[in-house]
Write a protein that binds this ligand. Structure first.
Ligand code: TNX
Length: 562
């Protein structure tokens, strides 16, 4: 899977002798407005400083220095005060664009200045600035380049507040270091939300105080593509995070202005919980003291480790007191460790044979009230919209993550009924955002149930018109529009994905398309570069950056790499 672009590396080798004129800006996601000033280019010199006007910006300046120092070999001290000619300045103030995450970036021959109302805006401006330098700026070792940046004036701010990436560490366990690398990679494209799918049938990945069995038993395997019939012999190794690990990730994310959304999927997709209480292992654990098969309603399905990619075979029993004790412990503990506003309840793909629709709805209703009691907003996949959000006064809020693939017909009704109830929507249509889908039939990993789809498919859709209104027997269900949509997310499920190189291979370049849909203004006459052709040309410029960073990606033949 290792990807190399020989053309780009050849260019890198010639960097020292190449012309000193900077390349024209190739920014992903496309900024709201940008103009270039020919002849007013800036060249970073060995004596440059990174200057902040407020001590709260030192951390962001340090992050910029951590990119620039290894590749330039310059000292680039971070200092507080006023910038001089040749410096990079990060200034707090009114950028003249929406404050939440907006920034202004000005490059002239005498210096670089990023202005924002807050740290998140400065951070976003820094990500744009990185893309204005030659690609070798991302290298971890000194490069003989001329560090020229084109003269530009950029004003920029996001279209949607929620721009997410999901990583499933339930199917395949990933250590904290991998997730931190992924945070570094997604934030380069201004993704601001990391949804962590922390458990699934194949494994439970976060320690819960007072319930060591959930990880001692529930985390021991990972899923995989081929399983022996006894379910275990071919299993990939499992693992779990301590709560300190989770806090480490949350803090790392926060230092990069990323909100973590924790998900414990229920009532389905959690054979790992059921196995922790209702299996032979549970019976043998601590003298059988925690064994309680009531969690697996009437043993409707036998409790065996099923590490295949099968779905629909597990459900927590709503009638078991244990179900609610565990659910409450998990939601209380994770909510207390999570500064962000959401708790993701999952809620997808529960077999009606295991849990009839009314039982499912009352499960989601009860769970969402536990989430609300912890001060969090309940979030879940499509199906949670069947519960009485908005109509039950105790569950006024909720966010539906739309993952359907046929939005025009009844497939979009979960979105329509959710907005009718006043719920908000995150758009993750599986055939346009699922990073575990194969690029084409010869992609060595991934699945195909939603599509085989490359960058064009990921780029060519518009959230605000994806789910139009639909009339069913004289009753018109509303369209899902930007009034309802809080953003977009690209999930990466890991049934077939094991390590960072594979995560990168599936995510890049497609994640950048979702990042642009989430950040950049809608396509239209005011934004002539918000097109697939322009996007591909700009994305092509990212390949050299990934290569310089030693980040894997898929060298799609659909991108005109340099
Ligand atoms: C569907 S979409 C799932 C996941 C799988 C994924 C594989 C959704 C909410 N559930 O459990 O991992 O497809 O693409």
């Amino acid at each position: 899977l290792a990807t190399t672009l020989t053309g780009v590396m050849a260019n890198a080798a010639q960097a020292g002798t190449a012309s000193t004129a900077p390349a024209s800006p190739q920014i992903v996601p496309l900024p709201v407005s940008m103009s270039t000033t020919a002849g007013d280019d800036f060249t970073l010199g060995s004596g440059a400083r990174i200057v902040v006007d407020d001590p709260s910006s030192v951390g962001i300046a340090d992050q910029l220095a951590a990119v620039l120092r290894p590749s330039t070999g310059y000292a680039l001290p971070v200092s507080q005060g006023s910038a001089a000619t040749g410096d990079i300045s990060l200034a707090l103030g009114d950028p003249g664009v929406p404050a939440a995450e907006g920034y202004k970036l000005d490059v002239t021959h005498s210096g670089i200045k990023i202005t924002a109302a807050n740290g998140h805006g400065l951070f976003n401006g820094v990500q744009t600035l990185r893309q204005l330098f030659p690609v070798w700026v991302e290298s971890k070792t000194p490069q003989p380049a001329t560090w020229a940046v084109p003269g530009v004036q950029i004003s920029d701010y996001p279209r949607y507040d929620y721009r997410g990436a999901m990583l499933d560490i339930g199917r395949h366990f990933e250590p904290v270091s991998v997730v931190k690398s992924y945070i570094d990679e997604i934030t380069a494209y201004k993704v601001n939300t990391l949804h962590l799918h922390l458990s699934d049938d194949q494994g439970f990945r976060i320690a819960i105080n007072g319930r060591p069995e959930l990880t001692d038993i529930g985390s021991q395997y990972s899923g995989g593509t081929s399983r022996a019939s006894d379910g275990t012999t071919n299993a990939d190794p499992g693992g779990f995070w301590t709560q300190a690990d989770y806090v480490d990730v949350v803090n790392y994310a926060a230092s990069r202005f990323v909100t973590v959304v924790p998900e414990i999927d229920s009532p389905g997709h959690n054979n790992s919980i059921i196995m922790s209480y209702a299996s032979a292992e549970a019976q043998a654990y601590k003298g059988g003291s925690i064994y309680d098969p009531s969690i697996n309603c009437s043993n409707k399905k036998p409790p065996v480790w099923n590490l295949s990619n099968a779905v629909n075979y597990s459900a927590l029993c709503p009638d078991s007191p244990l179900t609610w004790q565990i659910t409450t412990d998990i939601i209380e503990q994770l909510s207390a460790l999570t500064p962000g506003p959401y708790f993701h309840m999952g809620g997808d793909e529960v077999s009606t044979a295991l849990l009839p629709a009314t039982a499912y709805q009352s499960f989601i209703t009860r769970e969402s009230k536990i989430v609300k009691a912890q001060g969090k907003i309940a979030m879940g996949w499509n199906e949670i919209g069947e519960a009485p959000f908005g109509t039950d006064p105790e569950m006024p809020q909720g966010v539906v993550q739309y993952w359907g693939t046929s939005p025009n017909g009844s497939g979009g009704d979960s979105g329509r009924t959710a907005v009718q109830k006043g719920m908000k929507i995150v758009m993750s249509p599986a055939n346009k955002t699922y990073l575990d889908m194969k690029y084409n039939s010869s992609t060595p990993i991934g699945t195909t149930w939603a599509c085989t789809c490359d960058i064009d498919v990921f780029y060519n859709w518009e959230p605000s018109t994806l789910i139009p209104a639909r009339t069913v027997s004289g009753n018109t269900l509303p369209a899902v529009t930007d009034a309802n949509i809080i953003g977009v997310e690209a999930p990466l499920w890991t049934e077939t994905v094991k390590n960072l190189a594979q995560i990168e291979f599936m995510a890049f370049p497609r994640l950048t398309a979702i990042a642009e849909i989430g950040w950049s203004p809608k396509a239209g006459p005011d934004h002539p570069d918000r097109t697939l052709a322009s996007f591909k040309a700009r994305d092509a410029a990212q390949g050299g950056r990934w290569q310089a960073r030693n980040q894997n990606f898929y060298a799609s033949p659909n991108v005109p790499w340099g």
